[in-house]
Design a protein around this ligand. Structure first.
Ligand SMILES: Cc1ncc(COP(=O)(O)O)c(C=O)c1O
Length: 350
């Protein structure tokens, strides 16, 4: 007999997590370098007997550390189980609307999934030919806006001036700026928070802080927006941040200089790799992230994907996305890894 009342939804398809020895894994934009040694020490020092208690309800210490890092107040932050958790709560909290929310046709694929899950009407707006978004497309009546800056999967960064124009045009709805990759060459919208109480910024520890497996992210906004999302958080899962995650994220924030150095290394490798691929005739989009979206020369994206996979090099291929099915998204590994990848690409393309 058919069971009634079951939810039907097309889920987000996350990048694969192959378990292969000696692979070079460049398919989910993880960090090439390990987390801060202070994080490793904090994990070793963590007293497991404390796990009998629930984790903190407000992550006061972590929020305070983030406030000091960004020159803001602790009550301008909400913490989540990865920024996916924060974004999901933001959709539930800020997009109670009959008007469609707006986001580009090429952006983080999860936005559409949350919009469908929470029954938020939405309109995907095609990016321009050069993969930038046009300010004018977001200057219309709508239920809210969400933009990734720098964008994924393109890697392209758009100026703070453009973000401000969108905020200015939409004072009555929330504009979310997803800054998952901002520390690889972008520019944060944090300075706009003072002027725009409708701005909500999301950040993750998964990329720059090399803690994708820990699952911590956060949102930054006006006290009004944070009050609303904290209430929604408490309506779903008040203990969404476990005690280990809170302790380790705190250690990461308190010793941030390490990450400035690793981000610099990744950016240098990215620029070198982009130049080498361009020399091979690839079309390489300008990137302010830890990945490149590239169109191979001489072979198709599918052929190169297969060739690399046979060499245990995993990159992301989007055969079902019309506009980028001729491209591969390649995360930036260590310099040594990328030299190996380049050698394998040369074999596959020449
Ligand atoms: C643009 C963007 N936002 C958010 C996320 C989610 O990150 P996490 O849930 O690991 O914090 C990702 C992950 O790849 C991303 O690319």
């Amino acid at each position: 007999m058919e069971i009634k009342g079951l939810r039907k939804i097309t889920p987000y398809v996350a990048g694969a997590q192959p378990q292969v020895a000696n692979m070079i894994k460049l398919n989910t934009n993880e960090n090439a370098y390990g987390p801060n040694p202070a994080v490793v020490a904090a994990l070793a020092a963590f007293d497991a007997t404390n796990l009998r208690r629930y984790s903190s309800l407000d992550q006061a210490e972590l929020r305070q550390a983030l406030a000091e890092q960004h020159g803001l107040e602790a009550d301008q932050f909400v913490i989540g189980n990865g920024s996916d958790d924060v974004l999901s709560m933001a959709f539930l909290s800020f997009f109670q609307t009959e008007q469609p929310i707006l986001f580009p046709d090429l952006t983080y694929g999860f936005y559409k999934v949350w919009a469908n899950l929470y029954q938020v009407p939405f309109k995907e707006i095609p990016l321009a030919e050069d993969f930038s978004w046009r300010v004018a497309d977001y200057q219309r009546e709508c239920g809210g806006v969400i933009l990734t800056n720098p964008n994924a999967p393109t890697g392209c960064f758009q100026s703070l001036g453009d973000i401000e124009e969108v905020l200015k045009a939409n004072p009555q709805v929330v504009v979310i700026v997803d800054e998952a990759y901002v520390n690889f060459g972008g520019q944060t919208a944090i300075p706009l928070l003072d002027k725009y109480p409708n701005l909500f910024i999301t950040r993750t520890f998964s990329k720059d802080a090399s803690l994708a497996g820990l699952r911590v992210g956060y949102g930054i906004g006006s006290k009004e927006l944070i009050g609303v999302i904290q209430a929604v958080r408490n309506a779903i899962n008040p203990y969404n941040v476990d005690a280990i995650s809170e302790a380790l994220a705190l250690a990461a924030v308190k010793d941030w200089a390490y990450y400035e150095e690793t981000c610099r290394k990744i950016m240098a490798t990215r620029d070198w790799f982009a130049e080498e691929l361009t020399r091979l005739g690839f079309d390489v989009l300008p990137s302010a992230t830890n990945f490149l979206l590239v169109r191979p020369s001489r072979v198709s994206a599918g052929e190169l994907f297969k060739h690399l996979e046979e060499e245990q090099i995993y990159v992301r291929y989007f055969p079902n996305q019309e506009r980028i099915k001729d491209r591969l998204r390649i995360s930036i590994g260590t310099q040594e890894e990328m030299e190996q990848v380049l050698a394998r690409i040369k074999e596959g393309c020449l």
